[in-house]
Write a protein that binds this ligand. Structure first.
Ligand code: ATP
Length: 280
């Protein structure tokens, strides 16, 4: 039985999923989404309504199904069951409409390594059907704001992890999408670059666009997001405005641990060989 992630009354949903009303019209609607890999159910029938114009965090422990969900929502992976609508358009039956409205920074981003950062953005602009002059203007501004202007002529293969995230973000933003999906956008990014990315994303959402990103870093999600969905074992455990999901807990981290089950294994005696006091 699929989870009912966002109920209208703010009551607890099935499986004890804490739920709350959404804040506005849905940018993305997920209905009964399922994905199985062999015997492994990665996503177990989720329903979600992601409100437009919000900074949305998708959080969950390792293996919860976040990447699988984002891959299905962005048209990179075909669901076994269910459907996804972006601004009312079906991701699988109306892919061109949807892809013109979204930007994606996927996990394990693959880039054209033998292009320079500047060339990559030029190529993305053409793919997106932007006029050359407009692409150049936007690329110059994005490279500048993301502190990549000095490396714009370097080949992408020579970029660091953080630089790759930033050029991937620039490529995802170039066509000014309505909804931006980011899988772990801050992973491997230094604090200065993280602050820069954050500034760009805050500016983007303040103009009415929607950001959906996955992360393990609760402090980051708590400080950035207006709206949060918590996943565990392929299901939505809670979804709604940040304050509602946090509930009475002192922090999102505490609420998260309560929702997904603290689950931290006590090593007990099983690692008794580890450490300075143990016999070597
Ligand atoms: N291509 C695949 N083939 C087989 N199993 C897969 C595949 N992709 C994901 N899975 C399994 O599906 C489950 C969900 O994985 P997923 O990558 O979506 O989780 P996640 O929440 O993104 O995890 P993490 O936070 O560790 O990145 C896991 O049990 C994973 O092993």
């Amino acid at each position: 039985m699929p989870d009912q992630a966002v109920a209208t009354g703010g009551a607890d949903g099935p499986d004890g999923a804490r739920s709350a009303p959404s804040a506005g019209p849905a940018a993305v609607r997920v209905e009964g989404l399922w994905k199985r890999f062999g015997d492994q159910v990665a996503v177990a029938g989720i329903d979600l309504e992601l409100p437009a114009g919000q900074f949305i965090g998708l959080v969950g422990p390792n293996g919860a199904g976040k990447t699988t969900t984002l891959s299905m929502v962005t048209g990179l992976l075909r669901p076994d069951m269910g459907r996804v609508l972006v601004a009312g358009h079906d991701v699988w039956s109306d892919p061109v409409e949807v892809k013109s409205r979204i930007g994606v920074l996927p996990e394990g981003l693959r880039l054209f390594e033998r292009l320079s950062g500047r060339e990559l953005l030029g190529y993305m602009g053409r793919l997106r059907g932007l006029p050359g002059e407009e692409t150049d203007k936007r690329a110059t501004q994005l490279l500048d704001v993301l502190d990549l202007a000095g490396s714009q002529h370097k080949l992408v293969v020579d970029y660091s992890t953080g630089m790759r995230k930033k050029i991937g973000l620039a490529a995802a933003l170039l066509h000014n999408p309505e909804v931006l999906f980011l899988d772990e956008p801050f992973e491997g990014v230094d604090p200065v670059s993280a602050q820069t990315i954050r500034g760009v994303l805050e500016r983007y959402t303040s103009s009415g666009a929607t950001v959906v990103f996955s992360s393990h870093v609760m402090e980051l999600v708590e400080s950035l997001c207006d709206w949060v969905a918590v996943m565990a074992a392929g299901r939505i455990r809670a979804a709604g405005p940040l304050a509602d999901v946090r509930g009475g807990a002192p922090s999102l981290q505490a609420a998260f641990l309560e929702l997904v089950g603290a689950g931290g294994r006590d090593a007990g005696d099983s690692l008794d060989w580890l450490g300075g006091q143990a016999a070597r």
